[in-house]
Design a protein. Structure first.
Length: 251
């Protein structure tokens, strides 16, 4: 099989997953957008969290051209990405009990805010406890996860539960357990993960739904423009100043 055919198969698989999300998760995406719009309208704050590669879709909606200026990244030291040495430490920290509570306690998140938690498997202690603790202090929790893991794997949290069990809204990425779309004779391991593509698309779809919901209510969504277009810096400066009390990704 040619390399180009494998590449095409991966793109087809990703497109198929995106079509499933579009068709099967539309109502949940709209609901998530409305919850975010509610928080923006009420003067509350927005946060996104993900560990490891699940942090990438969370980072993608923070300080993003075309995105909501109010979305803040809730960072857990050591779990954000492969800049941690050794990289395996990040995976180990996802299984540490109590870490999520410590992070939330020291964060600006409070009653009425919205937290989007991204975890492909939703089985580790960190995302489960993050959701449990966030709801306990009055946050609305939106979970982005693969529901399949809850039926095909075992939870690593002491409660035996998954992220999906502690969310106000669950968005199912439809990713198969193992997160690898391709296999080939002569290659022992499955390969070509699609979770980042699909989950990032889900996040942007939710942001689009939120912007549309705000506009429908007669409110100007606090969107950022690209700094690489004329007038972008000036526009962003005004937005960041107006909403500065709800933006925590800058000093």
């Amino acid at each position: 099989m040619s390399e180009s055919k494998l590449a095409g198969q991966f793109l087809d698989a990703a497109i198929g997953l995106l079509e499933r999300v579009r068709d099967e998760e539309a109502a949940h995406i709209a609901e998530a957008g409305a919850v975010i719009a509610d928080a923006v309208a009420a003067g509350n704050r927005l946060f996104a969290f993900g560990a490891g590669h699940s942090s990438l879709p969370a980072q993608d909606v923070v300080y993003r051209a075309g995105g909501l200026a109010l979305m803040n990244f809730l960072a857990v030291p050591g779990t954000v990405g492969v800049d941690v040495m050794p990289a395996t430490l990040g995976s180990a920290l996802e299984r540490v009990d109590g870490l999520a509570g410590a992070v939330l306690d020291s964060s600006p998140a409070t009653d009425g805010d919205v937290l989007v938690i991204i975890s492909l498997s939703g089985r580790n202690a960190l995302p489960v406890e993050m959701a449990m603790n966030a709801r306990a202090i009055g946050l609305k929790v939106i979970g982005v996860t693969s529901v399949a893991y809850a039926t095909e794997t075992k939870s690593r949290h002491v409660s035996g539960t998954f992220l999906k069990d502690h969310c106000d809204i669950v968005l199912d990425s439809k990713i198969a357990v193992g997160d690898a779309e391709l296999s080939l004779d002569g290659i022992d391991a499955p390969f070509a993960p699609a979770s980042t593509v699909v989950t990032s698309a889900i996040m942007q779809a939710v942001m689009a739904a939120a912007a549309g919901e705000l506009a429908a209510r007669g409110m100007e969504p606090p969107l950022l423009r690209s700094g690489n277009v004329d007038g972008g810096h000036e526009w962003n400066g005004r937005v960041l100043q107006e909403y500065g009390d709800r933006i925590f990704f800058r000093h």
